[in-house]
Design a protein around this ligand. Structure first.
Ligand code: ZN
Length: 343
């Protein structure tokens, strides 16, 4: 089969012919219908410091966001059948650690990720645990099935945030931020303020339900948001930017007693004024690593199958897997949302 590999510890990736994997105990073989490029894949493609620390076994098939069809069953598979349409939950839990035994398997102490620790989805086939192959309604097209995983990060945060009737800000309008805006809008958020330094992404934010879009490079969002909320600030902000400066700024337009929801991954420590930003403000800070397994998935499928969320602004490009090099170049050029590869 064709697969896109990180073969050597250097920048880039390479398309190769490799054997179709054989599903092991409790695994299914999935014919990949669509697979999306994530920030993690970009780090691995660039081979930055994080990737060098995280990816230990080369060569590895890159990619982890995917949808596809079950075409074979390994020993011990109990529920999935050939022909089932599935999307991959990319957090593979151990099932034995403290978190796994206490209802938090999505933050398992021994998480394994495809495309990082084991072969991923930039390939025609992937062998994958039945547990993490989520059966999906056919109404969700494969390119959207491939972005359920990143969408779910935002859905998890927005659901925990109980946004109905609240004024919220979404900081960073990449695919996860756009997904949060779409879902928050569906869940009844009152006014949604979107922030990004890309005008292209702010356009997508408005298309997805943001009422106001601010470019912090052009105006002061703290003043803008305070002015529009009678000096109060937003009830909650959701950071999907991972920008230390943007997070510091977001705490300034968060109202007293508000909630900070952090999804983005800053590449360095963030310095906050704890007294003003959290203690006297009585702010509550939440972090999210992925999706609840599997409550988030159930909610997402219900929202999509029920026609409540439009994913069109999230997937901006669909390309053949054979053009993966070009897809990575396209992402570096900006003005893209999600790029989906089709094997
Ligand atoms: Zn575990």
């Amino acid at each position: 089969m064709k697969a896109y590999l990180k073969e050597t510890p250097a920048r880039g990736g390479v398309l190769r012919d490799i054997p179709v994997p054989v599903p092991g105990e409790g695994e299914v073989l999935i014919k990949v219908k669509a697979t999306a490029i994530c920030g993690t894949d970009i780090h691995i493609h660039e081979w930055n410091a994080w990737a060098q620390g995280a990816v230990k076994n080369l060569p590895i098939v890159m990619g982890h966001e995917f949808s596809g069809e079950v075409v074979d069953l390994g020993p011990g598979v109990k529920d999935l059948k050939k022909g089932d349409y599935v999307s991959g939950e990319t957090h593979i839990p151990c099932g034995r650690c403290y978190q796994c035994r206490n209802g938090q398997q999505h933050i398992c102490a021994n998480l394994l990720l495809p495309g990082v620790h084991r072969n991923g989805s930039f390939a025609e086939y992937i062998a994958y645990p039945e547990l993490c192959s989520v059966k999906m309604p056919r109404s969700i097209a494969p390119e959207y099935g491939a972005v359920m995983e990143p969408l779910g990060v935002g859905v998890n945060a927005v659901m925990e945030g109980h946004v109905g009737g609240s004024n919220i800000a979404v900081v960073g309008c990449g695919p996860i931020g756009i997904g949060m805006i779409a879902v928050a809008s569906a869940m009844g958020a009152a006014r949604i303020f979107a922030l990004d330094i890309s005008e292209y992404r702010l356009g997508l934010a408005k298309e997805s339900g943001a009422r106001y879009a601010f470019n912090p490079a052009k105006s002061d969002p703290v003043k803008e948001i305070r002015d529009l909320t009678d000096g109060v600030g937003v009830d909650a902000f959701f950071d999907a930017s991972g920008s230390p400066e943007a997070i510091v700024q977001a705490f300034k337009f968060l109202r007293k007693g508000g909630h900070a929801h952090l999804v983005g991954l800053p590449s360095r420590p963030v310095t906050l004024d704890l007294v003003a930003d959290i203690v006297f403000k009585e702010a509550t800070v939440h972090g999210y690593h992925g999706r609840k397994m599997f409550q988030t998935w159930t909610a997402m499928m219900n929202l999509l199958d029920g026609g409540k969320v439009n994913l069109k602004p999230i997937v901006s490009h669909t390309m053949p897997l054979a053009r993966a090099d070009e897809a990575f170049e396209l992402i570096h050029g900006g003005n893209v949302s999600k790029v989906v590869l089709v094997p």
